[in-house]
Design a protein. Structure first.
Length: 218
């Protein structure tokens, strides 16, 4: 993903310093990999029955996390903890924000983006998909879980919702009688038991969803 961000910046500055022959070879390698991934995706969707219409939640399109850039004909489905910070920055640049402003601003990048990219309706999303390049970034689910743990729990700031959640997880799962307090914080450990990981992940996701909805409503 750092490679894509680097190329994006090069295109913005119009300063290609990479050997064109090497770039051509690299792009052909990437294209071959993407063809293989699209084939695998279609096979999997067919196997799971996701390539036919249906009325359940897996078949109904959900435009909530899409960002639609009409001038550049780009549609991105934001997946949190999967290069979302990098691509939120890229889309904010495309929306006209100054890089210096983004670097110094204390505002949440997602909130900034939603000022320029309102959440699309299903009809608007389908219209944009007709003449745009649509993409999303994927990541191994356990890597996303570890990243969420480190970002939201292990290094959470005092007096935040994430610190509160970390304390609740410690109280619920750690076998200790030591009282948890905000001044002597020992974050919940990255436990190996699968059932506890699933419960913790569910709690993290529920809190993250609540905080995102709260931010979006402002």
């Amino acid at each position: 993903m750092k490679v894509f961000s680097f190329l994006f910046l090069l295109m913005q500055n119009d300063s290609w310093s990479i050997n064109q022959e090497a770039m051509s070879y690299w792009m052909s390698e990437v294209e071959a990999r993407m063809v293989q991934r699209r084939h695998h995706m279609k096979q999997t969707c067919t196997m799971l029955g996701l390539d036919v219409p249906g009325n359940d939640s897996l078949h109904r399109p959900n435009p909530w996390e899409f960002l639609v850039n009409r001038p550049y004909h780009l549609v991105w489905c934001n997946v949190f903890k999967a290069a979302s910070t990098s691509w939120m920055y890229n889309f904010n640049i495309l929306a006209g924000y100054d890089p210096k402003f983004l670097k110094n601003s204390k505002l949440v990048p997602l909130n900034l983006a939603r000022h320029r990219y309102p959440r699309p309706s299903l009809y608007a999303l389908q219209e944009a998909l007709n003449d745009s390049i649509a993409f999303l970034i994927v990541r191994h689910p356990l890597e996303r879980l570890l990243s969420a743990y480190r970002d939201k729990i292990q290094f959470s700031l005092p007096h935040t919702l994430h610190r509160k959640l970390g304390n609740e997880i410690v109280l619920k799962y750690r076998k200790t009688k030591q009282k948890v307090n905000m001044h002597n914080y020992q974050p919940s450990t990255y436990v190996s038991d699968v059932s506890i990981i699933c419960l913790v992940l569910q709690e993290v996701c529920e809190l993250h969803t609540k905080s995102q909805k709260k931010s979006a409503s402002k």
